[in-house]
Design a protein around this ligand. Structure first.
Ligand SMILES: Cc1ncc(COP(=O)(O)O)c(C=O)c1O
Length: 463
């Protein structure tokens, strides 16, 4: 059954097909090795001994047919940055928070709670497949509000995931298994890993318009038209707040209209919330888009991450929530999410889950976290303002840079094209993704003027 699905995916609609052609998926069939000239060297089962001898004799790897993967467009930027020896270098590629001294930051509240955990001497037993119960409760309450009817009525299936990415991937596997013919819609542009996630889960996707290069703002009409044009019952991936890479979010009124058309079309909203509390500094404000859909009684999926807002990048802590219209459905959905998780990674890691549960569960620690989050969000807003001021002051061409102030969250989408982004790196040692995105979380006030010079040069002198 599964292989039949793969075949049909591989052969259908090449423009939107998420899947590589079947021969790429399959690569070499198990036990088969190819010579460099492509001829079959042996087939396993004919003679295992002869196989071993042949391999030893010609000293050829059985992985000869494995091609080199391209570097990851985001994480590859950090590798290039590390290799640059120039003192002026600036890494604005990866979305990770830095202090004004451009150093990684471990939140004080995290250090505090880790010390408490150490004193308590928690054990290292396996967690259940669905994760730590106290974490699942806390994470759902943070997202939907502690007094939300969907929580009270037991209508949310929450499963701890391997941060945002793992939670999205689990949900994609769920979509593939239970809605194999459904299509996902993702924004153009979007965080690059969304495409990888749907591709690997073999979920068809296409893009809806989102970014308007003319205004460096939201192409709202295009977005609505594309969501309307999608087949009924599609999964519409939405960034809950602080859209990555553009930093452009719909207004509350626009969110209402997006909800209207999604409801009209019987689509299923699938929220990716990687920056709750990081966009505005308020956990509740950044959850308002999700809550608007929930208050309308819609069934939705929500992936969460604590990489940014608690700085737990390497702990891989997040969750997938599926809000259902009945508690019975939620119970069944959860059972299937667990069934998908078990053969993938068995059960999730405990450390990050305990940090989140302990911070959220203690009123003092919780308010300390909120204060630190506001400080981090505030620092990013500060550099955003300073970058805008520097650009406006230095650029005598009359270009309007105010779009930078209208963007929100960690990123700014500068509107620089690939050649201009290359100039930023090659000439100015500013490392960034080739789509023109810069992470303001990796910028200090002290470096804003230098960055403004680099942007002005790249914008005006490179076509
Ligand atoms: C939009 C979006 N979704 C999900 C993630 C997932 O991050 P993580 O897997 O570290 O939680 C990120 C991280 O950059 C992101 O920007």
């Amino acid at each position: 059954m599964a292989s039949m699905t793969i075949l049909s995916l591989a052969s259908a609609t090449p423009s939107t097909s998420p899947c590589p052609p079947k021969k790429e998926i399959a690569g070499l069939s198990f036990g088969q090795t190819l010579r460099k000239d492509g001829g079959d060297l042996f087939l396993k089962g004919k003679s295992a001994n002869r196989v071993a001898m042949a391999v030893a004799a010609i000293n050829t790897s059985r992985f000869e047919g494995v091609t080199m993967a391209p570097p990851d467009p985001i994480l590859g930027v950090s590798e290039a940055f590390r290799a640059d020896t120039n003192d002026l270098k600036l890494n604005l590629g990866v979305g990770a928070y830095r202090t004004e001294e451009l150093q990684p930051y471990v939140l004080k509240v995290v250090k505090k709670v880790e010390n408490l955990m150490l004193e308590k001497g928690d054990n290292k037993e396996y967690l259940p497949i669905e994760g730590l119960a106290a974490f699942n409760k806390a994470t759902a309450e943070l997202m939907f509000g502690a007094d939300s009817p969907v929580i009270r009525e037991g209508r949310v299936a929450t499963v701890q995931g391997l941060s945002g990415t793992g939670s999205l991937r689990l949900a994609a596997a769920f979509i593939q298994r239970y809605f194999p013919d459904a299509k996902a819609l993702i924004s153009s542009p979007t965080w690059g890993n969304h495409k990888n996630i749907f591709n690997d889960a073999r979920v068809f996707f296409s893009e809806y318009r989102y970014y308007d290069p003319k205004t460096v703002g939201l192409d709202f009409d295009g977005m609505i038209a594309d969501i309307k044009a999608a087949p009924d019952g599609s999964f519409v991936l939405l960034h809950g707040c602080a859209h990555n890479p553009t930093g452009i979010d719909p207004t509350p009124e626009q969110w209402e209209k997006i909800a209207d058309v999604i409801q009209e079309k019987n689509h299923i909203p699938f929220f990716d919330v990687a920056y709750q509390g990081f966009a505005s500094g308020s956990l509740d404000e950044d959850a308002s888009s999700v809550r608007l859909f929930v208050e309308r009684g819609m069934e939705i999926l929500v992936a969460q991450s604590y990489s940014k807002n608690l700085g737990l990048y390497a702990e891989r802590i997040g969750a997938i929530n599926v809000v259902c219209s009945s508690s019975d459905a939620a119970t069944r959905v959860k059972s299937q999410l667990k069934r998908l998780a078990r053969p993938m990674y068995s059960n999730p890691p405990v450390h990050g889950a305990r940090i989140v549960a302990n911070v959220v569960g203690d009123p003092t620690l919780f308010s300390e976290w909120k204060e630190e989050m506001q400080l981090m969000a505030g620092r990013i807003k500060g550099v955003r303002q300073k970058l805008f001021d520097s650009l406006s002051e230095k650029d005598k061409s009359g270009k309007d840079w105010s779009f930078i102030l209208r963007q929100i969250g960690m990123f700014s989408y500068t509107g620089l094209n690939k050649a201009q982004s290359d100039n930023m790196t090659n000439k100015w040692h500013v490392y960034m993704t080739k789509d023109g995105r810069i992470s303001l979380a990796g910028l200090s006030l002290a470096k804003c003027e230098y960055l403004a010079d680099a942007i002005i040069d790249s914008f005006h002198n490179v076509s």
